[in-house]
Design a protein around this ligand. Structure first.
Ligand code: NAD
Length: 469
């Protein structure tokens, strides 16, 4: 049987320089990643530029067929990919984690292949006939984060390839092996040079964003880096899709049933141990049911096992890196210092191996506490009390980010009318963070711009061209 080590042995260094990647749960070595530099990036861009015209000329049908074969290849290697992802990223195999992420890679490839995009006739009045077509951009740069490294790479790569582009991927420094292995599997079904990975740091990312041969950057990561990419890409007027940081609010209306929603609230906040862009990061609960929601959520959260990802019993894992651990620890300390009430967790044991931070719920916290206003990106949820819906909406909209939000209620109409008042790219009702390859996804405010997924996601990877006449 193929193992994740088999996938890694096939990854050849270009410059010869390698670095050891450590398991965030144990500190053990996972494998060696190549350290690429700007010269390696130039080679990848040249290969992509050479391979792209023939790929574009294949047409939608043949490109979709190749994506379907690539999805089959991911499914054949699913278990070894999931093991590698679990070891490098830290997320457990089980639960909505590593196996789920690899499954999502295949699902997004298949949907990108199956989604129809035809020319749109915008005027046809007997005198004028105008149509919009979407032509390939050329070579696309894909820059990604460390939280869902395989899935987000596929979110960027699948529509780009489907639309006739070549892609150069720059994974996060924290999770290069997962992306290298995934792309190696995809490349078993793709022409040489069309899709490649350059494992560098910020300098390589910045060069990709300013490179004159790159027509578009697909970026997922922090808002600060998104702003840097806007600046680097300005001189070449590059197209950008920016999926940036979030600090999603959830509002529980007074008619919700605390016990019925507790498990969905939990996973909305703690999926991938809280390291998810569109996770529920601040929960606003009406006074009438505040104590019941706190009690129901605490009982669900206390029962969720956290530990080493390869142990099948675990559904929560470590933070992926020390930096993220420190952010979570600092924000929880700030909340405790302010007098907020710890319902669960908040008591890390830094001497144990791995970046494990216990599942933490904090109640009776002020809406302007740093744990509420900053993105914690980890397993710590602040629960804020409110007494009027206007007050809850104002607090939810008070930040300068707006990726997702959610409203929880037994009354769908009431929930929809609150949803319409929230400044967020997606508002879920009685769930949070559910993404779907058929449904467009993108941010409002400083959570970014551009849509991914569905037909809108394909259009974003093409250059619109109007044929008038
Ligand atoms: P990050 O911004 O630190 O890094 C992301 C990528 O950008 C990495 O590959 C990094 O090497 C690269 N990079 C860094 N500086 C660069 C520069 N100047 N030019 C070009 N590239 C550069 O983000 P992260 O810490 O890996 O990810 C966590 C953040 O990502 C969180 O804020 C989270 O909310 C956000 N996120 C958003 C989404 C979404 O869909 N909106 C999804 C996942 C994560």
């Amino acid at each position: 049987m193929e193992t994740y080590a088999d996938l890694l042995t096939a990854i050849a260094p270009v410059s010869g320089k390698m670095r050891t990647i450590l398991d965030p749960a144990t500190g053990d070595a996972v494998g060696e990643a190549p350290v690429h530099d700007v010269a390696d990036l130039e080679r990848a861009v040249a290969a992509a530029t050479a391979a792209q015209p023939a790929w574009a000329a294949l047409g939608h049908e043949a490109r979709s067929a190749a994506l379907l074969r690539a999805a089959d290849a991911v499914e054949r290697s699913a278990e070894s990919l999931a093991h590698l992802l679990s070891r490098e990223q830290g997320k457990p195999l089980n639960g909505p984690n590593a196996r789920f992420e690899v499954g999502a890679c295949a699902a997004w490839l298949r949907t990108a292949a199956a989604t129809e995009l035809t020319a749109e006739t915008v005027v046809d009045d007997g005198q004028t006939h105008a149509e919009i077509h979407y032509r390939p951009i050329g070579v696309v740069g894909a820059i990604g984060p460390w939280n869902w490294p395989m899935m987000i790479t596929v979110w960027q790569v699948a529509p780009a390839l489907r639309m006739g582009n070549a892609v150069v991927v720059k994974p996060s420094e924290y999770t290069p092996l997962s992306v290298l292995a995934l792309i190696q599997v995809l490349n078993t079904e793709l022409p040489e040079g069309l899709l490649s990975v350059v494992c560098g740091g910020r300098d390589v990312g910045a060069r990709l964003a300013e490179h004159p041969a790159i027509g578009k950057i697909m970026f997922t990561g922090s808002t600060a880096t998104g702003k840097a990419i806007i600046r680097s890409s300005a001189d070449t007027v590059k197209r950008l899709t920016l999926e940036l940081g979030g600090n999603d609010a959830g509002i529980v209306l007074p008619d919700a049933d605390p016990k019925a929603i507790a498990e969905d609230l939990f996973w909305g906040a703690f999926i991938n141990t809280g390291q998810t862009c569109a996770a529920l990061k601040r929960l606003y609960v009406h006074d009438d049911i505040y104590d019941d929601v706190c009690a129901a959520l605490t009982s669900v959260a206390a029962a969720m096992p956290m530990g080493v990802g390869l142990d099948e019993t675990n559904v929560l894992g470590p933070l992926q890196n020390q930096q993220q651990y420190n952010i979570v620890a600092r924000l929880v300390e700030a909340a405790k210092d302010s007098g907020a009430r710890v319902l669960l967790g908040g008591n890390p044991t830094p001497e144990q191996p791995g970046y494990f931070y216990p599942t933490t719920l904090i109640a009776d916290i002020e809406h302007n506490n740093p744990l509420v206003t900053e993105e914690q990106f980890g397993p710590a949820l602040p629960i804020i009390r409110y007494s009027t819906v206007d007050e809850a909406v104002a607090m939810a909209n008070a930040l300068d980010v707006g990726l997702g939000a959610s409203v929880w209620s037994a009354d769908l109409d009431a929930a929809r009318s609150v949803a319409a008042r929230l400044q967020a790219g997606t508002v879920w009702i009685n769930k949070h963070g559910a993404v779907d390859p058929r449904i467009p996804f993108g941010g409002a405010k400083q959570s970014g711009y551009g849509l991914e997924f569905g037909v809108e996601g394909l259009k974003a990877l093409g250059v619109p061209q109007v044929i008038n006449g």
